[in-house]
Design a protein around this ligand. Structure first.
Ligand code: GDP
Length: 683
């Protein structure tokens, strides 16, 4: 592929709710630019950017894919992104490197939840964007209805939503668009992307006149000189309209609306024209960003673990120029990296490039130390770019390999997957001894297991994680005897203790001795403590560890020949178990401190749900458009909160959760846990 100057580059993220047509649109762009000779279809599993088996099987995008093309001597790097909340990590990476966005909206279903979530992210970065109303060919496609929705949707943002095209026809009879800026009608031949220019249909003339006035007004507002001219009543030239409009778009005050059908390839090439003419190049975007001098600064925004090629890293060169076969410096890892060939990727195809200028996107293979979020730079004058703010996953499952002996293989495979997926975590639960895989949602976890199978040949079982219950006592008990005596023939065993047992709050365990006159000789006292500690690992209620107890060794006796450490250990554990029985033992469960962030309208439902989960609300406070709710709730009810919250808020909530403390399990629930532990023991 050619080398492009910064001003000739457009980095455009294609974002939306799943199913709006992002992948189909990307495919249509590639086809119209001549990069591919056949228009693939999502439903046939042959698109350029949804090439993973997991994507083809589900007909959804699960990772960002790059689709660069040349249009009017410019290079447009399209970044096709996933639309489902489980894969928002790649959307975050894309938003970090895109200089503009296409929000794809379905002409039938309009604005959907995930679109709102991504819109909020785009607002945080003030990214220039356009709305593309797709699927104009579908039954019930309604341009004006969706346009009204867009106006409502963005009303808090103080933006102008300006149609720069309108459709000619709809549903089956959708046949083209009117370009309101250039006052042209374009009539399409279905599928091929070929069109003819035609006069504006008379019945649409009035609409076009009104909409053009809107554009002119928006253009005038985009430039002070034009505004004065406009307010003086002078007519703006087409060039002036265009430059004012471009300013409005680049500063993100104006959001233009375009339309078409990706599936039928109608109205697609005018979007490419529009991007080249009105969307920012990295130079425009750099006004407020990181460009300072010629030092190399490139950010890794995505990593893929390819079973054949190995590790593939996607970078945006924010500054300087990247050349092949050189040594660069990773300023995050403080390590040098050798880089080999430079590639650009079209879907899964790699194409070598000789160099990459500031603003462009490149892929490198087999980097040794470098991970997503790292900066590659010069060692002499190192830069560090701001990383990517990935969401923290919080849906855990316990995993283990199906065949014993695959543990090491699983460990290695997971390490590779963690490299490509910054929204995945693996953790060993020291108490339950389980390996937990933590993801953003059920589909995310399912797909992770599928990848483990396909890429690394490891089959994994998934289960609900065990809850680390504990046991404690409610009352104190005194003078409990434990005696271990075996004196039949030969060397015997003799250990004998009396202990007091009491509940304590501050500590998990405390041991004291008040032995008087050597009834238990000094050298055996540590063995008594050890025996109790061992007995504490398995309580008598349901076999969970015992906590928050104080044991006092008060008395005992010994035998000059038969006593031993072992005998006192056993005596102590016998005494301890007996004492537990008398001290009203109970089951404890972990309680979590939870912080939920949701749009205000969901607050009532969130609180109701916490009540149903035996939770307690600790407080609430507003944060912008959102409300933060702090609560305490038992872990046993919260393992799947990621799923519950998604369904309560249609994906618009987020939460964090951390262990708070242990609380007693209500007896009805405790009985079930005790039953389950008996079943587990006998099976
Ligand atoms: P994405 O999830 O946003 O990438 O959407 P896809 O490109 O995967 O499309 C989702 C579904 O909508 C697929 O069945 C596509 O064939 C269909 N689709 C996409 N664009 C159009 C369109 O313009 N018209 C019609 N009728 N269907 C479309």
């Amino acid at each position: 592929m050619k080398v492009y100057e910064s001003g000739k580059i457009r980095n455009v993220g294609i974002v939306a709710h799943g199913g709006a047509g992002k992948t189909s649109l990307t495919e249509a762009f590639l086809f119209n630019a001549g990069v591919i000779s056949r228009l693939g279809k999502v439903d046939e599993g042959n698109t350029t950017t949804d090439y993973l088996p997991e994507e083809i099987k589900r007909k959804i995008t699960i990772k960002m894919a790059l689709a660069p093309l040349e249009w009017q001597n410019s290079k447009i790097n399209f970044l096709d992104t996933p639309g489902y909340a489980d894969f928002i990590g790649d959307v975050k990476g894309t938003l970090r490197v895109a200089d503009s966005l296409i929000f794809t909206v379905c002409a039938v279903s309009g604005v959907e939840v995930q679109t709102q979530v991504i819109w909020d992210y785009a607002e945080e970065n003030n990214l220039p964007r356009l709305f593309y109303i797709n699927k104009m060919d579908r039954e019930n496609a309604d341009f004006s209805k969706v346009l009204d929705e867009l106006q409502v949707f963005t009303q808090d943002n103080g933006k102008r939503i300006i149609p720069v095209q309108i459709p000619i026809g709809a549903e089956n009879s959708f046949k083209g668009i009117i370009d309101i800026i250039n006052l042209k009608a374009l009539l399409y031949e279905e599928g091929t992307g070929k069109f003819q220019e035609a006069p504006i249909p008379t019945e649409l003339e009035n609409d076009v006149t009104t909409l053009r006035l809107n554009i002119i007004e928006a253009a005038a507002e985009g430039d002070d000189d034009l505004l004065i001219k406009y307010l003086d009543g002078a007519e703006l030239t087409t060039d002036e309209i265009k430059s004012g409009l471009r300013n409005g778009i680049i500063t993100s005050k104006v959001v233009p609306v375009l339309c078409g059908s990706a599936l039928k390839n109608i109205g697609i090439s005018p979007i490419l024209d529009f991007i080249v003419e009105y969307f920012p190049s990295p130079l425009d975007a750099a006004v407020s960003s990181e460009v300072v001098d010629e030092t190399l600064a490139a950010l890794v925004f995505k990593t893929l673990a390819d079973p054949y090629v190995g590790k593939i890293s996607f970078l945006k060169v924010f500054n300087g120029t990247l050349k092949p076969e050189i040594s660069v410096y990773n300023s995050n890892k403080e390590n040098e990296e050798k880089i080999g060939q430079l590639f650009t990727m079209v879907g899964k195809q790699q194409h070598p490039v000789s160099e990459i200028k500031a603003g462009d996107i490149v892929t490198l293979t087999k980097l040794q130390f470098t991970a997503t979020g790292d900066t590659l730079t010069n060692k002499q004058n190192p830069k560090q770019l701001e990383g990517i703010d990935f969401p923290e996953p919080n849906l855990p499952v316990a995993i283990q390999p199906k065949s014993k002996g695959d543990e090491d293989k699983l460990g290695n495979a997971i390490a590779r997957l963690l490299e490509e997926d910054p929204t995945l975590r693996v953790k060993k639960d020291l108490e339950t001894k389980e390996t937990l895989l933590i993801g953003l949602g059920e589909t995310h976890l399912d797909i992770t297991l599928e990848k483990l199978h396909r890429k690394f040949g490891v089959d994994v079982e998934m289960a609900t994680p065990k809850i680390p219950y504990r046991e404690t006592i409610k009352v104190a008990t005194q003078k409990i005897e434990g005696k271990h005596k075996k004196q039949s023939g030969g060397h015997g065993q003799y250990g004998h203790v009396f202990i007091d047992l009491a509940p304590i709050e501050e500590k998990e365990f405390e041991f004291e001795e008040t032995i008087f006159g050597g009834s238990v000789p000094k050298q055996y006292i540590p063995a008594v403590e050890k025996g109790i500690k061992e007995a504490m690992t398995e309580g008598i209620v349901a076999g969970y560890p015992v906590t928050n107890v104080k044991v006092t060794l008060t008395d005992g006796s010994y035998h000059p020949v038969d006593s031993s450490e072992m005998a006192f250990k056993i005596a102590a554990s016998l005494a301890f178990r007996k004492a537990l029985e008398k001290a009203k033992p109970v089951l404890l469960e972990p309680y979590m401190q939870v912080e939920v962030t949701v749009p205000e309208k969901f607050m009532g439902d969130i609180i109701g749900d916490f009540n149903a989960k035996r939770g307690r609300i600790l407080g609430m406070e507003p944060k912008g458009k959102y409300q933060i709710i702090r609560a305490l709730a038992p872990l046993s009810e919260m393992y799947k909160y990621a799923i519950d919250l998604k369904s309560i808020t249609q994906g618009r909530g987020s939460f964090t959760m951390a262990f708070a403390h242990y609380e007693e399990v209500p007896s009805v629930i405790a009985n079930k846990i005790i039953e389950a532990s008996k079943v587990a023991k006998t099976s």
